[in-house]
Design a protein around this ligand. Structure first.
Ligand code: FDA
Length: 364
């Protein structure tokens, strides 16, 4: 069998690309080395609860076309992401807003909150931040930094904030309204039937082979063009070295209680709690099941062979990625796409936009 496109990876990028090309009459084969489709947005059903296996995924976008696009494949609910943060025995709303400030300082008005923050920033007197700690204090003052940023960031990066470069934090938005909606985007929600069904619908009528590693079958499949959404450095056998990532470890547990924490996302911002957050999956879809499923999320150092999550886009890795890109440009009939192929953190809406623009470039 001869294919127009071999698509490596049944994640969001691969599924959107395969759908569009199939709609245009091209013959596509999608392969994935995992046992399931949907890549990192995979949701598995446990007792009627859609569990986000590779981390919490909330769909949000300001792009009306992308919102209409995903709504062709699933129905979204009205979920609004409003995480809370636990620091010792204190609990605060996120993102940093008037609910946070009012609880922290017992104040009511934006003017009072601004006055406290500005006073703390003035007192710290940081002009040229030498590290992440100084940068954060310069932006939000000492209280918000100590309670809500310091320990969490330290766990995320596995290093003290004084040992991290200032540029990691460019902005720390402060909201002087009583608004707990984490995202500023116009459209937001969670698929009522989970993300896996959305991707299943995208892939309807398309040949998909699971548990199929590209490197084991590359010589057996005849395709004009390969769209590769795995790690770009792996494609080239790491000849120039390994690109680095931050990794995550998930500890999932089913609990015999109806409601464990009352919210889908609870961040743990103190350094002495080993996990960064707990996800209670049923709250993403307003579940009423008698049991619940929670996942503790730990940030971890990435080693080759482990699941890569967040690319480390520092100058060293960016330079290495650029060199791999140069190798990629020399190949005929090969496209690199998605978060691993392009070594970039992409939200889901951006991955879809990127896949659609890749489809457009194929029309030329
Ligand atoms: P993805 O990794 O999903 O797919 C690539 C596929 O290729 C995988 O299935 C893999 O198995 C397969 N593959 C790799 N090598 C292969 C090989 N050699 N042979 C065969 N198959 C191979 N976004 C958002 O909008 N809202 C959110 O809330 C979140 N939350 C979030 C949490 C966490 C922890 C992370 C890390 C990321 C998010 N995201 C997010 C981003 C979101 O996960 C991301 O946009 C998409 O999963 C990217 O889809 P891709 O198709 O690019 O990669």
């Amino acid at each position: 069998m001869k294919y127009d496109y071999l698509i490596v990876g049944a994640g969001l990028f691969g599924a959107v690309f395969a759908r569009e090309m199939t709609n245009m009459g091209r013959k596509c084969l999608v392969i994935d080395k995992r046992k399931h489709i949907a890549g990192n947005i995979y949701t598995e059903e446990i007792d009627g609860i859609y569990v986000h296996r590779y981390g919490a995924h909330i769909f949000h976008t300001s792009d009306k076309k992308i919102w209409e696009y995903v709504n062709r494949y699933t129905e979204f609910n009205q979920y609004i992401n409003s995480p809370v943060a636990v620091y010792g025995d204190e609990l605060y709303n996120l993102p940093f807003n008037m609910n946070t400030f009012s609880k922290m300082w017992g104040i009511k008005t934006p003017a009072e909150a601004k006055e406290i923050i500005e006073r703390q920033i003035r007192k710290a007197g940081i002009k040229e931040p030498a590290n992440l700690e100084e940068q954060a204090i310069r932006l939000v003052g000492t209280d918000v930094y100590e309670k809500l940023i310091k320990g969490y960031t330290q766990k995320q990066w596995g290093r003290k904030c004084t040992e991290l470069p200032a540029f990691i934090i460019k902005r720390l938005p402060l909201r002087f309204t009583y608004d707990n909606n984490y995202f500023n985007d116009r459209y937001q929600g969670i698929p009522v039937d989970g993300y896996t069904k959305m991707v299943e619908k995208m892939l309807e009528g398309i040949e998909v082979r699971l548990e199929t590693d590209y490197f084991q079958v590359r010589n057996e499949i005849d395709a004009d063009t390969t769209v590769y959404t795995g790690p770009i450095d792996e494609y080239f056998g790491y000849t120039l070295g390994h690109l680095q990532y931050r990794s995550l470890r998930f500890e999932t547990e089913k609990l015999d209680c109806e409601n464990y924490q009352g919210n889908a996302v609870v961040n743990y911002t103190a350094a002495d709690v080993p996990y960064t957050r707990i996800i209670e999956h049923k709250h993403f879809t307003f579940g009423k099941q008698p049991v619940t499923v929670i996942t503790r999320e730990y940030s971890s150092e990435w080693k080759p062979g482990e699941e890569p999550y967040y690319p480390v886009n520092d100058s060293k890795n960016t330079e290495l990625y650029r060199k791999y890109q140069e190798l990629a440009e020399q190949e005929q009939g090969l496209i690199f796409g998605g978060r691993l192929g392009q070594y970039q953190y992409f939200d889901m809406d951006k991955v879809i936009a990127s896949a659609l623009s890749c489809v457009e470039s194929q029309k030329k």
